[in-house]
Write a protein that binds this ligand. Structure first.
Ligand SMILES: Nc1ncnc2c1ncn2[C@@H]1O[C@H](COP(=O)(O)OP(=O)(O)OP(=O)(O)O)[C@@H](O)[C@H]1O
Ligand code: SF4
Ligand SMILES: [Mg+2]
Length: 394
């Protein structure tokens, strides 16, 4: 074993370490834009609306974290980006990658885009790798399929890639079952890097790993995206992992994005009650009381086939109002003054109800005082949240 294999590359992250937002000068342009993306699976029991109207953007070199509980639609959204969903899935909306709509691309064009422009680190490396092929052959495959390397050059490139992800070149002869979970995850990352894509979509890349290996893999991902200017979409149910790795966060609940904003803002000052509950589930370093009794959220995520009317978070929301039963939540820009003006340009990712322009005041005219804080480009979610809301009567 080499030194790189046996020594951790970094100490584990503290639970509350949060990455700062990428400085604006490093954002060179918009790489990905999702416009009202919806995914519905057809099943024997009926239609499953897994993703419901998601609009997001991703800049070049930017890292976006997608958080949410199991079943909130994270993997479905990620797989939709490269049309990797099964035939039973119907996808609507627009997915613009470098200005080209993925949903209307020919199969030939799509094959060229996969791996070369955008690649995926799939959830669960154990199952994503082919168990009967050596890992070197699996890493070389996208290079050979895309014709970017001769077989001889591909072997050299595989050795380089293994070295970049902290594995010795001789590991190319290993089968997946001969590697640890962390090593398999590194192989998946090497595969994703093989054709030097602009975008990597990493679906729960560290969930099955112990905390030390998790820290190593996260450090590796951070280094690779920083050194190469690769954009990243990273999916996890662990908000603290995402906050430490990504510039911005999007929180999903029942197939919708309920809040987006800079990682620091969403993790430490979330506006939507669900994002707040996710963040509060993690103890604060140095605060013994929070360590002994981290707060969670009661109840279960809703079945997408049986969503409650109005806001789908209402059955679990600690600050629900009676009107939440009839009105769904919409995203509103947070960086506005009390009179509804946006002080320094339009908010990112602003969504507004049908027929209303982003930036218009909420329909009921109420702007929670916290929205008046001049936090640039933060998008708040819940227009009902007031400082001391009345509890919904039973
Ligand atoms: N092929 C399918 N057919 C029908 N329903 C599906 C299919 N795949 C996923 N679903 C449903 O879509 C919803 C979203 O699933 P998805 O896998 O995207 O969630 P997730 O947020 O990635 O969850 P996890 O954190 O557990 O990975 C779930 O209710 C799931 O049961
Ligand atoms: S206050 Fe109402 S609209 Fe806001 S999250 Fe709670 S239930 Fe949903
Ligand atoms: Mg998933």
């Amino acid at each position: 074993m080499t030194q790189r294999e046996t020594q951790p590359e970094t100490q584990p992250e503290t639970q509350r370490e949060v990455r700062r937002e990428t400085p604006p000068e490093t954002r060179r342009g918009r790489l990905l834009e999702l416009r009202d993306v919806a995914v519905t699976y057809r099943s024997a029991a009926g239609d499953v609306p897994a993703v419901r109207g998601v609009s997001l953007t991703l800049g070049e070199g930017e890292a976006l974290g997608v958080a949410g509980e199991s079943g909130s639609g994270k993997s479905t959204l990620a797989m939709a980006l490269l049309r990797l969903l099964p035939k039973t899935a119907r996808v609507t909306g627009g997915i613009l990658l470098d200005g080209e709509d993925v949903l209307t691309m020919s199969w030939g064009r799509l094959r060229a885009v996969r791996w070369a422009s955008a690649s995926v680190v799939f959830q669960g490396a154990q199952h994503a790798l082919n168990p009967v092929r050596r890992v070197g052959a699996q890493i070389a495959e996208p290079l050979l399929v895309h014709g970017t390397a001769t077989p001889a050059r591909a072997r050299t490139r595989v050795a380089e890639l293994l070295e970049q992800v902290g594995l010795p070149a001789w590991r190319e002869r290993s089968y997946p079952h001969e590697l640890s979970g962390g090593q398999r995850q590194r192989v998946m990352i090497a595969m994703a890097l093989a054709c030097e894509p602009h975008l990597i979509i990493a679906d729960e890349p560290t969930t099955a790993l112990d905390v030390m290996i998790q820290a190593q893999v996260l450090a590796l991902i951070r280094t690779l995206i920083a050194d190469r200017g690769i954009s990243l979409i990273m999916i996890s149910h662990d908000l603290s992992v995402l906050a430490a790795t990504c510039d911005r966060l999007a929180v999903m609940y029942a197939g919708k994005v309920v809040e987006t904003g800079p990682s620091r803002e969403v993790f430490t000052a979330a506006r939507h009650p669900y994002s707040r509950a996710l963040a509060e589930a993690f103890p604060t370093v140095g605060d013994l009381a929070s360590r002994m009794a981290p707060r969670g959220l009661g109840g279960d995520p809703p079945d997408p086939m049986r969503l409650p009317g109005g806001c789908s978070f209402r059955p679990r929301c600690p600050v629900a109002l009676p009107s939440c039963a009839t009105r769904d939540v919409e995203l509103w820009p947070a960086d506005r003054t009390p009179d509804g003006q946006i002080p320094d340009g339009p908010a990112l990712d602003a969504q507004a109800p049908d027929g209303q322009a982003p930036g218009a005041p909420p329909p009921d005219g109420r702007i929670p005082p916290e929205h008046a804080r001049p936090v640039p480009r933060h998008t708040a979610a819940c227009v009902h949240v007031l400082p001391e809301p009345a509890k919904e009567s039973a």
